[in-house]
Structures are given as C-alpha cells and as structure tokens.
Design a binder for this molecule. Structure first.
Ligand code: ADP
Ligand code: DP6
Ligand code: CO
Length: 332
C-alpha cells in the first residue's frame, strides 16, 4: 500500500515572514524565526491509488471545497513531479487547531502533508528536502518540519534551492510559555497569502518593513543564544506591530485586529507595568499569542482569561518536529 500518516505541529513566528519575492516557488522577501508549539497540530494520511483519476481532499472529516481541492492538488502535483509517479491520492487531514484563523493551520497542514505524501511515495526525503517541499505548500510550513526554535533563511537563488528552515535551539534548550488567546475561531477574511501580496504590491510602508526586519532577526537570534527573555520579548513585539502596520497602508487597506485584540494587547502592557515580563505577537488574524516565562505562566493565563472577549487561553510550550504515525493510529 502506498500510504503514510504524519503529524506536524504549528509554529508561531517571532520574526514574521511577510511578503514573497516569488509566488510560484514561495520564496520570501525576508528570513523569519519561529517556535514550533506542542499543543496545536495537524495529522494527515495520504493514500495513493491507481484507482483514482483525481485527488480527493478530506479536511476535518468533510470533503473539502473545489477551491481547496485545486489548491492541494497543485501541491500533490509537485510530489508527483519529484517522485516521477503519476498517481492520485486521498488526503485525509485533521487539524487540532482552528483552521485559517491565524493559528498557523497552513504551517502544520502542509508540513504534515509533505511528510506523509513523500513517505507514501517512498521518497525517503531528509528534513532539509522536506522543508523545501513544505515551503511550496505554505511558506510558514517549511519551519514546522523542525521542533523548537527555527529559522527560515530566505535564500538568494532564483530556483529556491537555498530557501529552507533549520533548527536554532531544541525545544528543551529554552522552555518558554506561549499562551494562545482564542478570540475568534472563525476563518479570517483576508488569507495570509492574499494579505501579504496586497501589502507588497500596494503598501508604501512595506519598504520600512524590509528596512528593519533583518536587524530584528539578528537581535532575536542573539536573544535566543543568550536566553535573554526581555531582549527577545521587545524585539518580537515590535516586529509584529511593524508587520501589522504595513497592512494599514495597503490598497484597499485592511487590518487583522479587532477591539478584542486591543484588549489583550492592553492587558499585556498592564502585566508588564506590574513587573511581569509578558509580550504579545499576532499573526494574520485577530487572535493573540502571549509569551512569558514558565514561572509566570499561571498568573498570565489567569489575567488573560479575565478579559471578557477572551473565549479560551491555551498554554503551549516549544514542541517537536514532524513525526510519523503507524497506519493503525491514523484516525488519532
Ligand atoms: P492559518 O493562520 O490557519 O495558517 P492561512 O490563511 O495561512 O491561515 O491558511 C489557511 C489555509 O491553509 C486554508 O484555507 C487551507 O487552504 C490551508 N490548510 C489549513 N489546514 C490544512 C490542512 N490540514 N491541510 C492542508 N491545507 C490546510
Ligand atoms: C503572518 O505561510 O500562511 O503568519 O506562504 O501564502 O501560505 P503562504 O502564507 P503563510 O503566511 C504566514 C504569515 C504570518 C507570519 C509567519 O508565520 O511568519
Ligand atoms: Co498560514
């Protein structure tokens, strides 16, 4: 049987990937840095069969829309080209994370698919190859191949062969707490892909983003090496704010925040005023992630839960890279 099941965990960007220089190959304008989380993941089973004449995509137990199927088929064709096997597949994927809500379902989704798909085809790919493949499903997915703290180096080559992620620190090297604050579980209006494209093409503030993102990345990497939480917190919060500022200058303009997003940001500032080190970051969506040290995670979680607009607060820590599951466990 040509089938395999893999699991990949989502990642939260500390220094954001925002903008592509090549949309076909998913080559980013800037390098980025993330933490792979231990609580949110995607499990994907891929089964190739000569009996199929098209790919079938089941997402969260339901047959996916035609639009989603076209999207995933494009990625499956990449696997077909790489393996030389012209076979279609049933892709059965379950997100243990809200889909398309700014919790990085595309990252865990395409990392799991790259791993399960290549394994089912008998491709035996190493992590670097998997990272380059996953990148071509969703840029942020190239980082979810690895656990812990991960950098995606943008690369310089036009063919993308030097654009892949690598691990900077293992999960156990520095245990930080990441509180994922759920405000709105519904899919966002402007998908990451569309949002970054519009920003690159129309926002006058995008140049300012590019001017400082490499400096931010170097500061964050130094902070990781020194385990300097305050330094890391300041740079990650500033970097997130700059990313979101670029969307306001786009045409048509857009913003991912709601008033609830601001409530969380305000609470984080208040915590800091009382001497608790906590810092926020926000991806493409209204939901917020708050970073703190394990000694403060309880109090920070309580304070966040007290905010009326907050539906839930999930406590995460740095998590693992991709894992393969035996076929008997594929429904887990
Ligand atoms: P998110 O913040 O969740 O990453 P994006 O806008 O980046 O949101 O991506 C959402 C898209 O990712 C979905 O519309 C879908 O195309 C894709 N996606 C989500 N989950 C999966 C999955 N398990 N397998 C394949 N693709 C997925
Ligand atoms: C704001 O990887 O979801 O979360 O490559 O178009 O699929 P595509 O976009 P995606 O973008 C993520 C954007 C971000 C920042 C980040 O994760 O680095
Ligand atoms: Co995404």
């Amino acid at each position: 049987m040509m089938e395999a099941t893999a699991r990949a965990y989502t990642n939260i960007a500390l220094i954001k990937y925002w903008g592509k220089r090549d949309e076909q190959l998913f080559l980013p304008m800037n390098s980025s840095l993330s933490i792979t989380l231990d609580q949110f993941y995607t499990t994907t089973s891929v089964q190739f069969c000569t009996c199929l004449s098209a790919d079938i995509f089941i997402l969260n137990g339901q047959l996916a829309s035609e639009q989603e199927t076209v999207k995933i088929s494009r990625f499956m064709s990449l696997l077909r080209d790489l393996s030389g096997k012209k076979l279609y597949a049933v892709i059965d994927s379950t997100n243990k994370v809200p889909t398309a809500a700014g919790f990085a379902s595309s990252a865990s989704g395409y990392a799991a698919l790259a791993a399960a798909g290549t394994k089912a085809l008998g491709m035996d790919s190493d992590d670097q190859t998997l990272s380059k493949i996953a990148r071509q499903g969703s840029g942020s997915a190239c980082r979810s191949i690895y656990g812990g703290y991960v950098e995606w180096q943008k690369g310089d080559k036009e063919d993308g062969t030097d654009s892949y992620a690598h691990q900077i620190l293992e999960a156990q090297d520095w245990n930080l707490s990441i509180l994922s604050v759920l405000l709105v579980p519904e899919p966002k209006e402007v998908l990451s892909r569309e949002g970054m494209k519009r920003t690159v093409e129309t926002s006058p503030f995008y140049a300012g983003w590019l001017d400082t993102v490499e400096v931010d990345l170097n500061t964050a990497k130094s902070a990781l090496q020194q385990r300097d939480f305050e330094m890391l917190g300041n740079v990650l919060e500033g970097n997130a704010l700059k990313m979101h500022a670029t969307t306001l200058g786009a045409n048509p303009p857009f913003m991912y925040w709601t008033s609830a997003t601001l409530d969380v940001m305000q609470q984080v500032k208040e915590l800091r005023a009382t001497g608790i080190q906590a810092y926020f970051t926000i991806d493409a969506g209204p939901n917020v992630k708050v970073l703190c040290q394990p000694k403060d995670e309880q109090i920070v979680q309580e304070k966040l839960k007290d905010i009326p607009a907050v539906q839930d607060v999930y406590l995460c820590h740095p998590g693992p890279g991709i894992t393969y599951l035996p076929q008997s466990k594929k429904k887990n």
